[in-house]
Write a protein that binds this ligand. Structure first.
Ligand SMILES: Nc1ncnc2c1ncn2[C@@H]1O[C@H](COP(=O)(O)OP(=O)(O)OP(=O)(O)O)[C@@H](O)[C@H]1O
Ligand code: SF4
Ligand SMILES: [Mg+2]
Length: 377
């Protein structure tokens, strides 16, 4: 059994405008020392998934199970959850100020968390640990910075302090929700590097949430691509980058800034994410999909295995699942699309890419980083 096993998670909110179906059947598992990347555009249900696991969505209607070491997080009582949060599962948020209290010294906040979970630890011992943790995440002169207030730290330092706090109790699982989005590229790379190093050292399981596939290109063992509250595709990292099946994954890869390369053009996915109150019929991606077929508008594709050498490769798309089938289908769709005048030469070329074997659909800018490592750690 995996450290965390989420099965059939559904989360909805009753609002004045109607029921927001934020998460509509998500399943995944994470083991110790492994990293799961959860990727998707804004509003795809990534944060709601994470917050629900931590029981931070009190106003939601929740279905499914989330077994952490065999016990269901979704039905655990308040006391059990307080013991789990921080000590067993820690969460790092996009905005460190949402977890760091502005009126208390950074070190004091780390000390308090240690003492809340380990009553036997004295104040001096907790302070020593807080200083150690700040040093570990690369805060210079931690013995004096421990008495700084959050506003005296830079954005990157606050994010490091959050990581220090998340690691202070040596949790088995860390959920990082866009931990570097607000930071500039250099600091972002340093923080990701740090997280990867510490994860290896402590054998922590990591769920890394991001809207940018580039962020997890070097990091994730497995990737779950979410669209409209549901998984569009799930696969090992290399499969996802080089042999993806779902047109939405292809679109996300083409919108990765580094994929455009120097002087290259970024291709955002045209159209808007769906309304979670009035979902489209059939495939939820069909209004934006360049490969849309008649059945896509009426029948919802199940998340099923894709033929290939990755048994864990699943995709929710009606396009053929074998490379040969995808090639033929791509040609048929391309010809139909051009005949109908739906696409110019560029769109037609794109159609071949996604429905072919996907090798040409990889992230050109990340090829060096994502290949050459022999596939996973
Ligand atoms: N408490 C709530 N009440 C009503 N709707 C909510 C609530 N929390 C989230 N939602 C809605 O659920 C949907 C999914 O939100 P979520 O925050 O999970 O998106 P996300 O994938 O994390 O996006 P982003 O990349 O912008 O962070 C959104 O439409 C959001 O407005
Ligand atoms: S099922 Fe159809 S509309 Fe949906 S992603 Fe696949 S081809 Fe596109
Ligand atoms: Mg979010």
């Amino acid at each position: 059994m995996s450290l965390l096993e989420v099965t059939g998670l559904q989360v909805s909110f009753n609002t004045a405008d109607g029921v927001v179906r934020a998460v509509r059947g998500v399943s995944f598992a994470v083991d110790r020392g492994r990293t799961l990347g959860i990727v998707g555009e804004s509003g795809s249900g990534k944060s709601v998934t994470a917050q629900t696991l931590m029981r931070l969505t009190p106003d939601a209607t929740i279905r499914g199970t989330a077994l952490f070491e065999g016990a269901d997080l979704l039905t655990a009582d308040g006391r059990a959850m307080r013991a789990i949060r921080g000590a067993e599962i820690a969460m790092i948020f996009q905005d460190p100020l949402s977890s760091l209290h502005p009126l208390y010294k950074v070190g004091w906040q780390i000390e308090e968390m240690i003492r809340a979970h380990e009553p036997a630890a004295g104040r001096a011992q907790a302070r020593k640990r807080a200083i150690e943790m700040l040093g570990l995440v690369g805060i210079p002169q931690p013995a004096s910075r421990v008495d700084d207030y959050p506003h005296q730290f830079s954005g990157g330092m606050r994010q490091r302090a959050m990581i220090a706090m998340a690691l202070a109790l040596n949790p088995k699982l860390i959920i990082a929700d866009e931990p570097t989005t607000a930071l500039d590229a250099t600091v972002q790379a340093q923080i990701l590097d740090l997280m990867r190093r510490l994860q290896g050292e402590f054998d922590t399981a990591l769920i890394m949430i991001t809207h940018d596939l580039g962020v997890i290109a070097d990091m994730a063992d497995e990737v779950l691509v979410m669209y409209g509250g549901k998984p569009a595709e799930r696969a090992g990292r290399r499969t996802l980058y080089y042999r993806h099946h779902h047109p939405y994954t292809k679109g996300l890869l083409e919108s990765v800034p580094s994929a455009a390369g120097e002087g290259g053009r970024l291709k955002p996915i045209p159209g808007q994410p769906p309304s979670l109150i009035n979902l489209p019929t059939g495939c939820v991606f069909h209004p934006r999909c360049p490969y849309v077929m008649d059945r896509c508008r009426t029948d919802e594709p199940p998340l099923d295995p894709v033929a290939g050498d990755d048994p864990a490769h699943l995709s929710a798309c009606w396009l053929p699942r074998t490379a040969a089938g995808r090639g033929e289908e791509a040609e048929r769709i391309r010809a139909a699309a051009v005949a109908e005048g739906r696409f110019g030469a560029q769109g037609a070329a794109g159609a071949e890419g996604a429905a072919g074997d996907g090798r040409d659909g990889g992230p050109p800018g990340r090829a060096g980083g994502a290949s050459g490592d022999g596939g996973g750690r």
